[in-house]
Design a protein around this ligand. Structure first.
Ligand code: KIV
Length: 292
């Protein structure tokens, strides 16, 4: 009898839903979220077991090379959401609504939110802002579309905030942030991103809400964490916020690989015989004879 044990194939992971988010908060289990903008990244993130993938409008900065997120369009977002949805089977997929796709008009906000689900395979949308967005959140949720809020440092308001700077550092700003969080919960948001706010404020807000908070630069007291993947991988070298933990140096590794390729091409080390296509000798000889 064979002593080799054959392990059963890994069970496909169950689809993560907004209910999973709520249950994880109730059980005190941290929720993991990362950004992705393309198929291969979504594929490996999903296989790693990340709970949620945000197709963030950070796309504009880390992939498209804009100075900030303001120029990002609906078409750019939908294009990248489609690629991510082809790569991820189990993670909850959240599409970030770009600047001016939801601010001007509530009906337009609902229609644009709907496009993320209908045209690009997302499960939910995210939008930035507090009390001034409560009506849009209520209307989008009313259309059956789960909404994640985003408070604190809201990059689409960078011009109003005077730069990418931490928020909620005074007693009055902290109070406003807590009120906004409660209003978004009341409007039906299933979760909230808290970006670049003091850790004790984020923990306090998280305890006041029944919906989970996902922190970025907001300390360990949030119900989950998110990072921009290009920051985590060291792939975006323009600047790295203080709150990022770099898990790799892909920018350096890419430069090393490109320089090695260049050197191999220049020295004719590449391509080697193993990278080349051959043809049978008799066919070659027949070809040469035919050219004489
Ligand atoms: O656009 C984005 O990637 C985000 C995260 C930083 C939360 O909004």
């Amino acid at each position: 009898m064979s002593t080799v044990s054959v392990s059963a194939p890994a069970q496909p992971r169950k689809k993560v839903t907004t209910l999973t988010f709520r249950q994880k908060k109730e059980r005190g289990e941290p929720i993991s979220m990362l950004t992705a903008y393309d198929y291969p990244t979504a594929l490996s993130m999903d296989a790693a077991g990340v709970d949620a993938i945000l197709v963030g409008d950070s796309l504009g900065m880390v992939v498209l090379g804009y100075a900030n997120t303001i120029p990002v369009t609906m078409e750019e977002m939908l294009h990248h959401c489609r690629a991510v949805s082809r790569g991820a089977r189990s993670a909850l997929l959240i599409g970030d609504m770009p600047f001016m796709s939801y601010q001007a008009d509530v009906n337009e906000a609902v229609r644009n939110a709907g496009r993320f689900l209908k045209e690009s395979g997302m499960d939910a949308v995210k939008l930035e802002g507090g009390r001034e967005r409560a009506e849009a959140v209520r209307a989008i949720v009313g259309a059956g579309i789960p909404v994640m809020g985003h408070l604190g440092l809201t990059p689409q308001s960078v011009n109003q905030l005077g730069g990418f700077r931490p928020q909620g550092k005074t007693a009055s700003a902290a109070k406003k942030l807590l009120e906004d969080a409660l209003l978004l919960e009341e409007a039906g948001a299933f979760s909230l991103v808290l970006e670049s706010v003091p850790a004790r404020l984020a923990e306090h807000v998280s305890k006041q809400l029944s919906i989970p908070t996902i922190g970025i630069g907001a300390g360990v007291g949030c119900d989950g964490q998110v990072l921009v993947t290009h920051d985590l991988l060291g792939l975006f070298d323009r600047f790295t916020p203080k709150f990022v933990k770099k898990y790799a140096d892909f920018h350096g590794e890419m430069q090393r690989a490109f320089a090695e390729y260049l050197s191999d091409v220049q020295s004719r080390q590449f391509p080697g015989a193993e990278h080349s296509v051959e043809m049978p000798d008799e066919e070659w000889e027949s070809f040469i004879r035919s050219t004489k």
